[in-house]
Design a protein around this ligand. Structure first.
Ligand code: ADE
Length: 343
């Protein structure tokens, strides 16, 4: 890409950038805390899903010190629904590390990468966007733009390093944060996966895939192996308008989150395996939920019991929406509540 193309992209960004709440509003550089928070939330998650969470978090915890001082359970419950819960545990750990070191995020990529939850992409994004330092910022949107710009013939994921090097070859020395975000916005709004709008693209004249005639062919991808299937049992145990919730172990799926008790998750799990108490368990259907690496079919069993018969916290059924349950358990709890009403 020539200097002209890079300038065309930056000019496009001035006019067409998305108004996102973590971007600079008048000031020259945005607040590093808000940049970091948004980048952690945006890992694996869309801008539309992140917006309300970002507003909630910055409203409640406007600084890294405030977040560092928050109760872990409160932060986990505020995160509920965003998914990939290891991010929330790392978020707290990172906030506490930064606050303990004086409250300033480092501006250097290598230093940023030492912090919990910050990998190559996130370190580069924070360094460029919050501090204006030169860094090569490649997320999946940028990956698509670069693979088209250069018509990269190697398939993903093997092509990742080649694409990173090509992205490095076009990253300018100045206005690095704007350049990175311009590439991301271009990928999100113009150079889209299925229907790129080449007619309005500021990079159209430099684009090899466009020249070839079929830009949506890129990025080439190796055939995906099928997601494995797992089964599991979840248990709705109720007593006098309350339901039993347990906090999941810190390590593992949905770690650190509140949920209904479950047994093991595996390829072939016996009915009622993992029940939290001896009770007259009744089947109440099943819920399907897809994680990145497997699809889960969760059967639900429901029963009544005395409180002393099970360990956990008894939560008022009418106030379950305040429990901060991950989406899998929201779906299961809806079934449990329906069973309760029908009983
Ligand atoms: N995706 C992740 N970070 C982003 C940002 N700063 N701007 C646009 N899209 C993004």
């Amino acid at each position: 890409m020539t200097v002209d193309a890079s300038n065309a992209l930056l000019r496009w960004y001035v006019v067409d950038k998305r108004p996102l709440p973590w971007r600079a509003q008048g000031e020259e550089r945005p607040d590093p805390y808000r940049v970091w928070l948004s980048e952690i939330m945006l890992q694996q998650t869309t801008v539309a899903a992140v917006r309300p969470y970002f507003q909630k978090f910055t409203g409640r915890w406007p600084t890294v010190e405030a977040l560092a001082a928050a109760e872990e359970a409160e932060v986990m419950s505020a995160w509920a629904g965003l998914g990939y819960y290891a991010r929330a545990r790392n978020l707290i750990a990172c906030a506490r590390t930064v606050a303990a070191a004086g409250g300033a995020f480092p501006d250097d990529e290598a230093e940023l990468r030492k912090l919990p939850g910050i990998g190559r992409y996130t370190a580069a994004a924070i360094s460029a966007i919050a501090f204006g330092r030169r860094a090569v910022v490649v997320d999946s949107n940028v990956e698509r733009v670069v693979s088209r710009l250069f018509a990269v013939k190697r398939e993903l994921p093997a092509a990742r390093e080649e694409i990173y090097a090509l992205a490095g070859s076009i990253t300018p020395e100045r206005q690095c944060g704007d350049f990175a975000q311009a590439m991301m916005d271009l990928g999100a709004t113009v150079c889209t996966p299925r229907d790129p709008s080449c007619g309005i693209c500021p990079l159209a004249d430099s684009c090899a895939a466009r020249e070839e005639g079929d830009p949506q062919l890129y990025p080439l991808k190796a055939a995906r192996s099928r997601r494995p299937h797992k089964q599991g049992n979840a248990f709705w145990l109720q007593n006098d308008g309350h339901v039993l919730l347990v906090r999941r172990p810190a390590k593992g799926m949905l770690g650190g989150m509140l949920g209904l008790p479950t047994g093991e998750w595996g390829p072939d799990v016996a009915p009622r395996q993992g029940a939290p108490a001896a009770a007259d368990w009744q089947e109440a259907g099943a819920v399907d939920h897809v994680f990145t690496h497997f699809a889960l079919n969760m059967r639900l069993y429901c029963a009544e019991a005395q409180r002393r018969e099970a360990e956990g916290s008894w939560w008022p059924v009418e106030r379950l929406s305040e429990a901060g349950l991950p989406t899998l358990f929201v779906k299961l709890a809806e079934r449990g509540a329906a069973w309760r009403s029908a009983a």
